[in-house]
Design a protein around this ligand. Sequence first.
Ligand SMILES: Cc1cc2nc3c(=O)[nH]c(=O)nc-3n(C[C@H](O)[C@H](O)[C@H](O)COP(=O)(O)OP(=O)(O)OC[C@H]3O[C@@H](n4cnc5c(N)ncnc54)[C@H](O)[C@@H]3O)c2cc1C
Length: 353
Amino acid sequence: MKVAVIGGGVVGLSATVALLRRGADVRCYEPGEPMGERSAGDTRIFRLAHADPDMVALAGESRALFVKWSEEAGAALIDEVGTVISGAEVGTWANAMAAAGAAHEMVEAGSPLLRLPARSFAGPALIDPAGGIIRVDRLRAFLVDAIGNRLLRVHVDAIEETGPGVRVTSGAKSSTFDAVVICAGAGTSALAAGVGIDTPSALEHHLRVSFPVRPGGPAPLQCWITEPADGVLGTYQHLAGPGLWAVGGDIDAALVTWEGGRQAAEQASLEAVTDYVAEHLPFVEPRPAGGIYCTHNPDLGDGLQFVRNGRVLAMYGENLMKFAPLLGEMLASACIDGSIPSDAGPGAEGASS
Ligand SMILES: Cc1cc2nc3c(=O)[nH]c(=O)nc-3n(C[C@H](O)[C@H](O)[C@H](O)COP(=O)(O)OP(=O)(O)OC[C@H]3O[C@@H](n4cnc5c(N)ncnc54)[C@H](O)[C@@H]3O)c2cc1C
């Protein structure tokens, strides 16, 4: 079977690997650096913890696949430091973990089980011992190596259903495939619309900022997802490299609108997150030492959405890094047997057509 995967982010590369392993003749189209857009940077958070038991179970499947890939790569793709979720809503997350049979523990701030850069915070905390830091640097090297010369460094301008197959056009060149998978991140909605597939098109700006860790704090630091504090609607935080603590803050949506421009959004995010660090994280210096910018589709939350029209399958969602190996398997199977994987998480009902 001849398949085109559009997009060489973590989802497209994972789908390409899974298709290759099923014997498909695959080409992955990516004009930039592989994993250079929403999958950029060297680290992400892995967690089983979700507010929905189905998502916890799917994360468990993904984790088992990460373990397999780690064995193949000869290096751990997840640093097992654990992930902590804190705030008033964590009871719901704990119930979801219990329903999915996932190990977890509820504690209060000050518990000796916590290794966070703050001494106090709002609400109880849920410890997800299977969580940790996804080593995106190692994952990228593993996937790029597995794909080899199947990566075509070109931009896809259009996809079109024709009698014999699906035509993929890049500049003056076009090729016809038995099936196409669109996982082009911010480029998905424009490409998918051309074959009658509707996916979210609205975009927002987002910035994750890194700060130096002060010596003398707890170690190894756990990954941490928090609820609102002054100036931020919630944060995610984790080690981004030796001695570097990454903090991403959800801030007032009015400050990060697409129309407002990247520069203003980055400045507002930088200020809000730096103020948060100064106020709440005694073990982190409020001195920005780097950052990762990306676009994202607002209001998706955790969730995996799949939409098919004929021989073209599109996928979208947020926080997809932790699901990468599982998404690869789901997309490859569905691509080969012509099915649609079940959506999961918020908005799961009615997202497929
Ligand atoms: C700062 C930040 C922090 C995050 N934190 C976490 C986290 O802690 N845990 C987690 O699980 N997830 C996290 N995420 C989300 C996760 O990284 C993304 O959901 C995931 O990387 C998306 O991968 P993707 O392959 O869908 O998209 P991308 O990586 O954006 O890949 C899409 C690719 O498609 C290509 N493309 C677009 N249009 C075309 C076209 N017309 N032709 C050919 N190619 C095209 C682009 O060049 C791009 O490389 C975070 C994201 C960011 C940016």
